[in-house]
Design a protein around this ligand. Structure first.
Ligand SMILES: [Fe+2]
Ligand SMILES: [Fe+2]
Length: 263
């Protein structure tokens, strides 16, 4: 089984990058299943229903979320009917939707789970490791051969140690949230791992947003909202993961870091 995991898709440029380049990536790399982090899809924060279906139309099979899961109110109204949308599993409060689900991919069962980290993350969450253990120990749990975890977290140490703690339990721990792809992709004891798969959206910016608007806030300390342009040179960040169909263990992972030519 070969899985493509696309990093945080940001805004209109991110959606365009998926539309323009995903079909070619699927064909070129012989991809069986596509997972994409969609927490920033709608104008940089959250995911409206229309954009969720747009991603499915472009060839994404499952969309995961992150700390911006609730940024657009309408998600509460459609997530229960969106069987290819996974929100964080370890939320500390009641929330509609699922944090983990199983999909049939050509007769092979693939579980996808979304977890939020705790280090330098302000969200109220339950411990992500024990939340996952609780899930896996449920006697009524639907079995799956392959299990891909999107670990949406800030700290690389927390992400690496989660992959280590989950050896023998999952097939891959793929880091999201920082919007910057890391170089540390590897298979650790049968678990495919990368600290962060990176961002899909505006390349000539900061985090996928117009860079002066980000600088105004995080460097100068001004009250400023992140602006997000509709056009510009894009980047698509992703990882290709090979999993053994029988054992569920990862065999290989390599990153994709595609930047458009300057026009
Ligand atoms: Fe993000
Ligand atoms: Fe995030």
């Amino acid at each position: 089984m070969r899985i493509l995991f696309i990093g945080d898709i940001v805004g209109k440029i991110g959606r365009r990058m998926v539309r323009d380049y995903l079909p070619n990536l699927i064909e070129k790399h012989q991809i069986d299943f596509v997972i994409a982090n969609g927490e920033n899809v709608t104008h940089g924060k959250g995911l409206i229903k229309h954009h969720y279906y747009e991603l499915l139309d472009y060839g994404v099979d499952v969309v995961t979320l992150g700390n911006h899961y609730d940024n657009k109110d309408e998600i509460r109204r459609y997530i229960d009917g969106a069987d290819r949308l996974i929100r964080p599993l370890n939320l500390a409060h009641e929330y509609p939707g699922d944090g983990s689900a199983v999909y049939d991919v050509d007769g092979i069962s693939v579980r996808v789970t979304n977890l939020l980290g705790t280090a330098m993350m302000p969200e109220q969450v339950n411990n992500p490791y024990y939340a996952l253990l609780d899930l896996l120990s449920d006697p009524d749990l639907e079995p799956a051969t392959i299990h891909i975890v999107d670990f949406h977290a800030e700290a690389t140490g927390e992400k690496t140690c989660m992959a280590n703690a989950l050896k023998g339990k999952v097939s891959a721990v793929i880091g999201t949230h920082t919007h910057v792809q890391t170089r540390d992709y590897r298979v650790m004891d049968g678990v495919a791992y990368i600290s962060d798969v990176g961002m899909t959206g505006l390349y000539d910016g900061a985090l996928g947003f117009e860079k002066d608007s980000v600088t105004n806030r995080i460097i100068y300390g001004h009250q400023s909202t992140f602006k997000i342009p509709d056009s510009g040179r894009g980047i698509l960040s992703a990882a290709v993961i090979d999993i053994n169909d029988l054992s569920g263990q990862a065999e290989n992972i390599f990153p994709i870091y595609f930047v458009e030519e300057e026009k």
